[in-house]
Design a protein around this ligand. Structure first.
Ligand code: NAI
Length: 330
């Protein structure tokens, strides 16, 4: 099949070429997929898109016009795809439901350790010959309460890591899992999780229900001095309210790998540009905020798996094989 890739980076090309075995013809575009770039899909059977591509109804109608029959997401989340519009246009949507939940869980843990023990600051200090320990004091993770929102694949690995540190883990999920309870985790209400947690980590998907799940009201219920970590999707948090919570010290640490307006910023080198987004500029100015630009997934193992599963999704579609990785809604 002829497949147009959007939002392509060098590491995507490397991993997809490594696993392709010439089974399909790939065309790699750096630009994101939207109504303006949809015409690049002319004569393509499929598109391969990523987290910040715009697969809204208008884009999907254009894809259908240009002959696209399959949208292959090379990620787990599909909140940026209008599934109903795709179904109406007779375009199937497939994804990679799990490629390395460990990668994202480990990155969440890295954000916690870095924010807490300030290794990023220590690294810079020592390189400049500053061996002082002033203002580097952290806290023991041992016996702290960690609240996990969303106990699916990533949440469960994250829980195991936190248990390894000796933390007391509580969780909130719409569908509590026996496997999670067996790890010694108690499910509580969202309010109780907010009130009791020293560290809160978000691992649920972005849906209409979870949009701004952590907003003004949630911040008001949080334990003073809490740490909030988000490696899931940016719009789970009302970032303007997060800035307020940092200013009034409700939030003492804030670590994010995702940001609600990330689409205009992340995955690009903007070091010579003026950043027009005042909210992220304000966030960057806080000494107790750590931002990474959606790199939770970025391990060799995850990239290999993403390429392998996406290529299988394409081949299955070509051969008329029904795939469990197809996204279907009623
Ligand atoms: P999953 O589907 O295995 O687990 C999600 C869990 O959230 C499920 O247990 C579900 O019941 C729960 N949930 C759904 N709605 C909820 C709600 N309203 N309140 C509380 N819990 C709710 O998904 P997985 O693989 O663990 O991924 C979680 C999220 O991580 C993805 O949706 C994606 O947004 C994000 N992600 C981020 C990556 C990164 O690079 N930073 C990479 C991969 C995924």
């Amino acid at each position: 099949m002829k497949v147009a890739f959007f939002s392509t980076k060098s590491y995507d090309i490397t991993s997809f070429e490594k696993h392709s075995n010439d089974a399909h013809e790939f065309i790699f575009y750096e630009s994101s997929l939207n109504t303006k770039t949809a015409k690049l899909t002319q004569d393509c059977d499929a598109v391969c898109a990523f987290v910040n591509d715009h697969l809204h109804e208008r884009t999907i109608k254009l894809l259908a016009k240009y002959g696209v029959k399959l949208i292959a997401m090379r990620c787990a989340g599909f909140n940026n795809v209008d599934i109903k519009a795709a179904q109406a246009a007779n375009i199937k949507v497939v994804r990679v439901p799990a490629y390395s939940p460990m990668a994202v869980a480990e990155h969440a843990s890295a954000l916690i350790l870095t924010l807490n023990r300030k290794t990023h600051k220590a690294y810079n200090r020592v390189r400049e010959g500053n061996f002082s320990l002033e203002r580097l004091t952290g806290f023991d993770l041992y016996e702290k309460t960690v609240g996990v929102v969303g106990t699916g694949k990533i949440g469960q690995y994250f829980i195991k890591i936190m248990k390894g540190y000796g933390c007391n883990v509580i969780a909130y999920d719409l569908y509590p899992s026996d496997a999670v309870k067996a790890l010694g985790v108690s499910y509580v209400s969202m309010d109780e999780l907010l009130e009791k947690s020293d560290i809160i980590s978000l691992h649920c998907p972005l849906t209409e229900d979870t949009h701004h799940l952590i907003g003004k009201e949630a911040f008001s219920k949080m334990k003073k001095g809490a740490m909030l970590i988000n490696t899931s999707r940016g719009a789970l948090i009302d970032t303007v309210e997060a800035v307020e919570a940092l200013k009034n010290k409700t939030l003492e640490y804030f670590g994010i790998d995702v940001y609600e307006q990330e689409e205009k910023l992340f995955f690009r080198d903007l070091s010579e540009n003026i950043i027009m987004d005042d909210v992220i500029s304000r966030l960057i100015s806080f000494p107790n905020v750590l931002i990474t630009s959606h790199q939770g997934f970025l391990t060799h193992e995850a990239l290999d798996k993403i390429a392998e599963v996406t290529i299988k999704n394409l081949t299955d579609f070509e051969n008329g094989i029904k795939s469990d990785n197809e996204v279907i809604i009623d």
